[in-house]
Design a protein around this ligand. Structure first.
Ligand code: GLC
Length: 465
């Protein structure tokens, strides 16, 4: 009975994924974000680059590489499209947040959104980072690097790297971005140096290093990447890391220190430690903070950034195990009845007003503000499996399986423990379906983990102080 039921979930998930495919000139090029016929499509009928990632990885594991090939051939062209907001011409390099097939009088064309149409005009910085990470996965899966070595792809990589590695008004190696530049694409206090972007930046730099042709120009770019990676890794592992020991140190920090070798470099005042963390931080475990800047440490736990840090080996093996320990120790808060919380805890009251701009979609324990997103399941599985602790992923998948199909594959869930289907959640959300399917496929095909995982880096010199 149980077996029959499971089979039908897999069948349904595969069928729904198939139905989500977008065709352009009769070729599959991507997947729509959701196929919910009960709601106004808004832009959910478009192919979002970040949403396509889990679907694409499923296709890769299933050997359906055509759709990825077509996706790359189209997006590499879109990257060069003009993007204008009012009269401002934004620089090339960014990949669109999403694109859609439109029909003209004679033929079809692709219409892209670089944030110039998006709600709040958010800049989709994660798109170009995911694009590189996915290109590397494609190369690994097909064992064929020729697409990445095409001149137009090398140019696309360089456009992105030029924006990321170019000169900036910055004294830290992290990437400075505006609010809502990633999966959390609304105002949520994720401006500055949010963990999600940093983890994707790291994985994208490591992917690009594998994809660049090693001619003179390529070698120079690789040297720039290595230079950035060594200081970046140190910065993230050292300054972002939070556990009970570190919390004790911050609790006794001196403020307003001037000079090169001070302890409290970012001037984090102990008074800024939120009360919840003093109880929530377990004895065993730790994680990377959500954000770090002048006088600012965001103590919230952000799942995508922490899981991608494990997957990409941004964290040391010890830290990766500690993050998984924390997930085990705080299972009810982070996994609850639906894996997994996008961030913990929610911001409430005055903080909600100030941080979200009183966003009615991001009320406490809903949507981006402490809602639960099944898409994160595949990252949990990959991270757990990489650290040889697959049972964590399996437990989570088993919880999700009890509800996802009956609930019609919602985009997200609400409530402190994820028991409610999201207030405004779309049904038949493609990355919910693909995320669950991918978690199962990774579990059954551990050799495919290498499409997305990275070993500890031995190429970039470790930075020491
Ligand atoms: C919402 C999510 C975003 C996602 C999009 C399409 O805007 O915040 O991360 O890409 O929906 O599913």
């Amino acid at each position: 009975m149980v077996l029959a039921n499971k089979k039908s979930i897999i069948q349904q998930a595969n069928e729904l994924l198939e139905q989500s495919i977008i065709y352009y000139q009769n070729r599959p090029v991507g997947t729509v974000a959701a196929t919910d016929s009960e709601r106004d499509a808004l832009n959910y009928d478009q192919c979002f680059i970040r949403d396509f990632v889990p679907a694409a990885l499923v296709f890769l594991i299933q050997g359906k590489t055509d759709i990825l090939h077509n996706f790359f051939m189209e997006t590499v062209v879109l990257q060069k499209q003009e993007r204008r907001i009012d009269c401002y011409q934004a620089p090339p390099g960014l990949m669109p947040a999403s694109f859609k097939v439109e029909s003209g009088e004679v033929e079809q064309y692709l219409h892209a959104d670089f944030g110039d149409k998006a709600i709040g005009r958010v800049t989709p910085i994660d798109s170009c980072l995911w694009w590189i990470i996915l290109l590397r996965a494609y190369v690994k899966a097909t064992d064929d690097i020729s697409i990445a070595h095409r001149p137009d792809f090398q140019e696309a990589l360089k456009f992105i790297l030029n924006i990321c590695l170019g000169p900036q008004f910055e004294m830290t190696p992290t990437l400075l971005v505006p609010d809502g530049a990633c999966m959390i694409d609304r105002r949520m206090g994720v401006d500055g140096y949010p963990l999600e972007i940093q983890a994707l930046f790291y994985a994208a730099l490591r992917s690009a290093r594998e994809l660049l042709i090693t001619d003179t120009e390529g070698k120079n770019t690789i040297a720039r990447i290595n230079n950035r990676l060594s200081s970046f890794v140190f910065h993230m592992r050292y300054y972002y890391w939070l556990d009970l020991k570190k919390l004790n140190e911050i609790h006794r920090y001196q403020g307003d220190q001037f000079g090169e070798s001070v302890v409290n470099k970012f001037n984090i005042y102990p008074e800024s430690i939120p009360y919840w963390i003093t109880e929530w931080m377990p004895d065993r475990g730790g994680y990377l903070a959500g954000n770090l800047g002048p006088g600012r440490m965001d103590f919230r736990f952000f799942s995508l950034g922490n899981l991608m840090a494990i997957i990409s080996s941004l964290t040391t093996d010890h830290e990766s195990h500690e993050i998984l320990n924390l997930i085990e120790e705080r299972w009810d808060s982070l996994i609850g009845k639906m894996p997994m919380k996008i961030c913990f805890p929610a911001v409430e009251g005055l903080a909600w007003q100030i941080i979200t701009g009183s966003d009615p979609k991001n009320t406490p324990w809903s949507y981006h503000n402490g809602g639960s997103w099944p898409i994160l399941l595949w990252m949990l599985m990959a991270a757990a499996q990489k650290m040889e602790r697959a049972e964590i992923g399996e437990r989570a998948v088993a919880i999700a399986e009890t509800r996802l199909m009956d609930d019609r594959w919602p985009e997200y869930y609400d409530g402190k423990n994820g028991r409610l289907v999201g207030k405004s959640a779309r049904m038949f959300q493609t990355w919910t379906i693909a995320g669950w399917l991918l978690a199962k496929l990774l579990r059954d095909n551990p050799r495919c983990l290498k499409f997305i995982c990275f070993e500890q880096d031995t190429e970039a010199d470790a930075c020491t102080i």
